[in-house]
Design a protein around this ligand. Structure first.
Ligand SMILES: [Zn+2]
Length: 476
């Protein structure tokens, strides 16, 4: 039995203890003295001019490439093979000589990508689900996690968010057993000042409980996936109630934030959500400033925007500076953005991204009508799945398209079916289909969820504003 299923079998009081224990561990790791130092440093960089920041980025890039040349066999061989003198790589333009690193490259060259300079005891093992559902295992260090967390907190402090303020969290990880039909649909992480709400139990029948709990605890800050906060907002609106107390902050991440979602959140909660873009691989970070614009955190990584073949946007390709244990140089994140060519009037440094178009993960619709999003996590532990995509043309029926890796076996298949059952119970019929490649959209993007369900069949959460405007406000 894995830890997740063990947790699910515990009584809710003990689940609260587990959440608090995990919260305490994260807090100790992330808010230790080293974090404070990293935050001070990051905030100092935030006061620099754009030119100063770019000069710093290029200096850091040169040092990082030298670290790779000195201690990472994968890059040593590559530089030799391609006749690249690592000392010549000091700008984003120079980096173009280095091939792009894909997730498949990381999987196939795992050992060779480890730096021989970093003591194995300092390694922290990480996993990611990823936009296209293909899981990735890699290595970081405690220090790299502190630095990443510092950049995230710099952005939060731009918005006057203090440490230690209670918040309601709506994320993708299941924290309440799916079969549970009665409240509480939340758990507490007391050291982290966090109420973890289950996204899987939000429905018209349960929304009253969520509202009551929020009113009881009055957390001034909500944080989580936009798809879940929008779900919450839409059901609150539908129930004819209000939250009943003023919120000060809503922050979102992990998925791109759609304009319609911003409108709905503003309509229901009275404030505008702010977003940041980042990933565990730590090869790029983008933060929204108080003016509402998305700044590239140039001091954190050398972020390249590689034009798509059809000219409809840019791929994010990044070289993070923080992870010395397993350096990723020109790592293709798999997300797509649009760029703005002007700097921001707020005076903070960094190029500006107009919108983050990747990770626009749609919902799938279960038999009972529930909409569930952010399912890339299901694939998090499947290293033998190269790529996966969910296709749906009927509510309650889910076609799981899988591109098998070389070591894929029947065991992977049964594990995959079990994961889906854990998530959806009997509310979805799962049909696994093995394909050689996944179909891409007209612009070459790989969508994790492809849904043919027409908007008229079940009203879309993201289309509520237009339904309201047409006068049928949320009746259907
Ligand atoms: Zn700005």
């Amino acid at each position: 039995m894995n830890l997740d299923s063990l947790y699910m079998r515990l009584p809710s009081l003990m689940q609260n203890w587990v959440c608090s224990l995990e919260g305490w561990r994260l807090r100790r790791n992330r808010l230790g003295p080293y974090f404070r130092k990293a935050l001070e440093e990051a905030e100092r960089h935030g006061n620099w001019t754009h030119e100063q920041t770019i000069a710093y980025r290029d200096r850091r890039l040169a040092e990082y490439i030298q670290h790779c040349a000195d201690s990472v066999p994968y890059y040593q061989r590559m530089f030799q093979r391609l006749g690249i003198d690592p000392r010549d790589i000091t700008t984003l333009a120079d980096l173009e000589r280095v091939p792009i690193l894909t997730k498949a490259d990381v999987r196939e060259n795992f050992a060779d990508l480890l730096s021989t300079k970093i003591n194995p005891r300092q390694r922290v093992f990480m996993r990611t689900g990823g936009t296209t559902g293909s899981g990735l295992r890699f290595v970081a260090t405690e220090e790299s996690l502190h630095r990443q967390f510092a950049v995230w907190w710099r952005y939060r402090r731009w918005h006057d968010l203090p440490f230690d303020v209670w918040h309601g969290y709506f994320g993708g990880r299941p924290i309440v057993p799916l079969r549970q039909t009665r409240p509480p649909f939340w758990r507490y992480n007391r050291p982290g000042r966090q109420i973890l709400f289950s996204g899987y139990h939000i429905s018209p029948d349960t929304i009253g409980y969520y509202i009551d709990e929020l009113r009881r605890c009055r957390p001034p800050w909500l944080h989580g996936y936009p798809s879940l906060l929008v779900l919450l907002a839409s059901y609150i609106l539908e129930s004819g109630q209000t939250l009943g107390y003023p919120l000060r902050w809503i922050t979102v991440g992990s998925e791109s934030l759609l304009e319609q979602q911003v409108d709905l959140i503003r309509q229901v909660f009275g404030i505008t959500p702010v977003q940041h873009y980042g990933m565990s691989e730590a090869v790029a970070n983008i933060s929204q400033c108080p003016c509402g614009r998305l700044h590239v955190d140039e001091d954190f990584a050398a972020t390249e925007f590689v034009p798509l073949d059809d000219g409809q946007g840019y791929r994010v390709v990044g070289t993070g500076f923080t992870n010395l244990a397993m350096p990723f140089v020109r790592y293709d994140v798999g997300d797509v953005v649009e760029l703005d060519d002007r700097l921001c009037d707020c005076g903070r440094p960094g190029r500006i991204v107009r919108s983050i178009d990747g990770r626009k993960e749609d919902y799938v619709i279960l038999r009972n009508g529930a909409r569930v999003g952010r399912m890339a996590h299901i694939f998090k532990d499947f290293e033998n799945i190269r790529e996966a995509q969910l296709y749906q043309d009927t509510p309650g029926v889910l076609h799981v398209r899988v591109v098998r890796g070389a070591n894929y076996t029947a065991h992977d298949e049964s594990m995959l079916l079990r994961k889906f059952r854990e998530r959806f119970g009997d509310e979805a019929e799962i049909r696994i289909e093995y394909v050689e490649r996944l179909p891409r959209s007209a612009t070459g993007k790989l969508r994790f969820v492809v849904s043919e369900i027409q908007e008229g069949q079940i009203y879309p959460v993201t289309g509520i504003e237009s339904i309201c405007k047409s006068g049928q406000c949320l009746q259907g």
